[in-house]
Ligand binder design. Structure first.
Ligand code: XMP
Length: 505
């Protein structure tokens, strides 16, 4: 294990990503909890992140000096490098010129820079820099404006970098991180989906024993992988509740039933609550009201079903690592408890089982594939909890949902055929509450318009519209208008996020 000590840097998740890509298990820990965590997990290596403060500010994030005497290799990055210098008796100053962006650097060699070109480009982003080295350290890299771009004390296995090896602009930065993991810490890089599954199955059995466990299955990637993993550990003691609110995409409900009940032989309760949701939504047009109604009704249905099961003690959640860590040095803001399935009831007093808490999305996908979950489910685009309820704009009716389901299925089918499915983060059709005039044959039509959305993104926070080739758009438009009754026009959304959001409501 490698512990990444968080001083509030903006690239902390990237550092964790790089370490995981090297197949080394790591966790991010707030700096105030560092010593306790180190004693608990006895890591083979420690990385200090960057951070927004100056080590010379009163009250700046600090670290206990004893951490440097544990004999565990430490790699300090940016703020982490400066802190290493300061705590060990060196000094840090604010030079006249701050260094920012791609910068030429010269490396002196040594274990950390093994097989790295002597002269190269690194990514700098700092105001302060190391001025005087602590005793026992030597300089191992320099740039034009930064004489101590790297320093090390080989005997004590302490390394410090002013630049950011985790950022892709640092050429061979990944190699430097791997050198730290493999050459300095002597780690083996054997953290795989296989070993993860075996370990988790054992831990879940320990945690849950033979107690009844519940899972709200949505058919999304995270809850599906979590459910199958827990099922592998405790079998029939797991019951999955799948609330079909009638706002799912075409065939989605049946797919979930087939995969989990038929293929994985899991206890699955499908609650057909379509009518309940539609009647609650009747006459409602305000998007926020719709979201609230769907969320609340979901909880009600889930509670009713779980009561029927009797004494359940555990609840499985598909929380993943980006949901868990909110980087920041303010202790209160460090961890947010994130509920994946539209906010489940808090007063149910169930203990949580969150087997994917430490994984990134692509690792979750690997585990899912390893568990035998079909690819089309594993690589599905994200789908919001309120489903078609926020893609049918304005009042939601069964008729509109049916029209949208058909149009959306054609759209996504054609994207797959064109090989675009995995290039796009999220693609879906919407049904604005708009009718327009058309002509089909010799007849005037007055029918619905369908909107197409395709977004590239890494996390859904920001995104660009994806430029689907015109021929593909043409095919999609023709098929939708020809095959879906009630639609006579198709438009394509060419707005990014910001300024628009991904969903239309
Ligand atoms: P927006 O529309 O806010 O969406 O740009 C960003 C991402 O979040 C998804 N989304 C939701 N997911 N429950 C969810 O689980 C929701 O209520 C919800 N609303 C939006 C959206 O599909 C996109 O991926």
């Amino acid at each position: 294990t490698v512990l990444i000590i968080d001083f509030g840097g903006q690239y902390n998740q990237l550092i964790a990503r790089r370490v995981r890509e090297a197949k080394v298990y790591c966790e991010i820990v707030p700096y105030k909890k560092a010593m306790n965590k180190i004693k608990e997990v006895k890591p083979e290596g420690i990385i200090f992140t960057g951070g927004p403060s100056s080590v010379n500010d009163p009250g700046a994030p600090d670290i206990e000096a004893e951490i440097f005497d544990l004999g565990i290799p430490i790699l300090g990055i940016c703020y982490g490098a400066q802190l290493t210098a300061k705590v060990l008796g060196g000094s840090v100053t604010k030079p006249e010129k701050r260094e920012y962006g791609k910068t030429e650097i010269n490396y002196a060699g040594g274990k950390l820079f093994k097989d790295v070109d002597k002269s190269n480009i690194c990514w700098m982003s700092h105001t302060d820099q190391i001025d005087k080295l602590p005793e026992g350290f030597t300089i191992t890299a320099a740039t034009h404006d930064c004489p101590v771009a790297a320093m090390e004390n080989v005997d004590k296995k302490l390394y410090a970098l002013q630049f950011h090896p985790e950022v892709e602009h640092t050429v061979q930065g990944y190699k430097i991180i791997r050198n730290f993991l493999f050459e300095v810490c002597a780690l083996s890089g054997d953290f795989t989906s296989d070993s993860f599954i075996d370990d988790k199955v054992r831990l879940i059995r320990q945690q849950v024993g033979d107690k009844k466990t519940l899972c709200a299955l949505s058919g999304g990637v995270d809850s599906s992988v979590a459910a199958v993993l827990v099922h592998k550990a405790i079998g029939d003691n797991l019951t999955c509740i799948f609330v079909d609110h009638g706002l799912l995409r075409k065939n989605e409900g049946d797919d979930v039933e087939r995969i989990f009940r038929d293929e994985f032989s899991m206890n699955l309760i499908r609650v057909n609550a379509q009518e309940r949701f539609l009647s609650k939504l009747a006459g409602v047009t305000d998007p926020e009201r719709k979201r609230k109604i769907i969320g609340e009704e979901f909880i009600r249905v889930f509670e009713e079903e779980s009561k029927k099961l009797g004494d359940v003690e555990f609840l499985v959640q598909g929380t993943i690592y980006p949901d868990v860590i909110e980087s920041g040095t303010d202790e209160a803001a460090v961890i947010k408890s994130h509920h994946n399935v539209g906010g489940l009831p808090e007063d149910m007093k169930l203990s949580l089982v969150e087997p994917l808490r430490e994984l990134f999305k692509d690792e979750v996908r690997n585990v899912g594939l390893e568990l035998g979950i079909p690819e089309y489910l594993i690589f599905r685009h994200p789908f919001p909890g309120p489903g078609l309820g926020i893609r049918v704009l304005g009042e939601v009716t069964e008729e509109k949902c049916d029209i949208l389901r058909e149009a959306d299925a054609i759209y996504r089918e054609e994207l797959e055929k064109a090989g675009l499915g995995r290039k796009i983060w999220q693609a879906f059709a919407t049904l604005p509450d708009v009718k327009t005039v058309g002509v089909m044959g010799d007849e005037r039509t007055y029918s619905y318009m369908v909107g197409l959305r395709a977004i590239t993104s890494t996390d859904g926070m920001t995104g660009e519209f994806y430029p689907i080739p015109y021929e593909v758009l043409g095919t999609i438009s023709t098929r939708i208008v020809n095959e879906v009754k009630g639609v006579n026009r198709v438009v394509y959304d060419v707005t990014g996020k910001p300024p628009a959001t991904i969903e239309w409501e």
